[in-house]
Design a protein. Sequence first.
Length: 160
Amino acid sequence: MFGVPVVVAVNVFKTDTDAELDLVSRLSREHGAFDAVKCTHWAEGGQGALALAQAVQRASQAPSSFQLLYDLKLSIEDKIRIIAQRIYGADDIELLPEAQNKAEIYTKQGFGNLPICMAKTHLSLSHNPEQKGVPTGFVLPIRDIRASVGAGFLYPLVGT
């Protein structure tokens, strides 16, 4: 999706079967991963992630053609909407008043062309941590937008 090689870290737990681990690795590669590496760093420390580090190093040397998901010239609202729809599966977004205000301010200040880094729960693709799997039929509420101008991005705060 972004034009860079992807390495999948497959966390190995003692309850996992070889068949399960092989399936995850195989499916990752079949769906475009540069590599899928079994990792035991939680049990073996750094030694358990050595193969992962080597795979990442190989991937970093592979050809890539990085591209953002959206054109930086789009409005802040449109960039957020594209991320919400294409990555999270939302039907749409709702910019709450504070977020609308900040989008206008940042645009007037000349920061409207910065990339977006969403700040949201890691427990769901939606804003609701109780919605598991791949939820559909939701509108992603954006309660605020903050700027990390030195780092070069805007970060919408998702959820109410």
